[in-house]
Ligand binder design. Structure first.
Ligand SMILES: Nc1ncnc2c1ncn2[C@@H]1O[C@H](COP(=O)(O)OP(=O)(O)OP(=O)(O)O)[C@@H](O)[C@H]1O
Length: 270
């Protein structure tokens, strides 16, 4: 059940015995995680058990101990700029500066690639235009980012992360505000970019069906520990979901992958 923990030259993320604290309390305990380059790992688990903290530790935004290597860089030692060229994080709760348009916000994704005293090149502008086009954000390009709906902003924040052209993309609930059509559009686009450019994706997801259908592997965190790591069909069982989430579900195996259907308890008669 445990994922392959051997580090090879094609390992994009390697952490061993990672520990991290929030507010003085340890929330991640000895997390081991190996992610091969170009793969998609979905991170699942109940609220508050450390998914965001793990993503932030991998991006170097939360201090952590243990061995951590992401796209060849060690977050503790690498500069912010070097980390930002290797890793992009799409946060669950983005902070959007006032007075910035959508296009300007996406351009911020290019910052790690622009020399310190230089300016953007034609290539930087091309990357931004292409990402805006692929996420179909043209109609929003000149609007203020602070004036977008939650779902519109979520797509723009993903666009900023993709414009960063990272080797490792960390997604924290990337579709939580999206309608079902945009959820599929966004997840398909990320998956296409993964296969086109060996992008490695680690995505914290509450929707277990999407987590199973897009993730080649699922890592289940419970109380800050990895309690299952493997193929979706091995990790997502009715019994484990009941035990970890306290939820009642039915599992459906479909050609696109495993689907998890929440079930209401037997209806009372009206
Ligand atoms: N800035 C903070 N200060 C203090 N405690 C924090 C802080 N951020 C997170 N925590 C706590 O750390 C624990 C792990 O939080 P984290 O956000 O990593 O969980 P999560 O699995 O991503 O949750 P969710 O599914 O609700 O997004 C929680 O108990 C949370 O309350």
């Amino acid at each position: 059940m445990t994922g392959d923990l051997a580090v090879t030259s094609s390992t994009a993320v390697a952490c061993r015995q990672l520990r991290a604290a929030r507010g003085g309390v340890e929330v991640l305990h000895d997390v081991d995680l190996m992610v091969p380059s170009g793969s998609w790992v979905s991170l699942v688990g109940p609220n508050g058990w450390g998914k965001t903290t793990l993503l932030h530790a991998l991006a170097g935004l939360v201090p952590a101990t243990g061995h951590i290597e992401v796209a060849g860089a060690t977050p503790e030692r690498a500069s912010r700029r070097a980390m930002a060229r290797a890793v992009a994080l799409m946060p669950q709760r983005p902070v959007v500066p006032e007075g910035v348009t959508v296009k300007e916000l996406v351009h911020l994704g290019r910052t790690p690639h622009v020399p310190r005293f230089g300016s953007e090149t034609v290539r930087d502008r091309d990357v931004v235009d292409r990402v805006i086009e692929r996420l179909e954000l043209e109609e929003f390009a000149l609007r203020l980012a602070t004036e977008l709906s939650g779902g519109e902003l979520q797509r723009v924040v993903l666009a900023r992360a993709l414009a960063q052209q990272p080797r490792v993309l960390l997604l924290d609930e990337p579709t939580s505000a999206l309608d079902i059509g945009h959820q599929q559009q966004v997840l398909e686009l990320v998956d296409t970019m993964r296969t086109e450019s060996e992008l490695t994706v680690i995505a914290a997801m509450h929707d277990l069906t999407s987590a199973a259908q897009y993730g080649e592997r699922l890592v289940l965190l419970d109380r800050g520990r990895v309690v299952a790591d493997g193929a979706p069909a091995d990790v997502l069982t009715v019994e484990r979901i009941a035990h970890v989430y306290g939820a009642r579900v039915e599992i459906l195996d479909r050609p696109a992958g495993r689907a998890v259907l929440p079930l209401r308890s037997a209806q009372k008669e009206h």
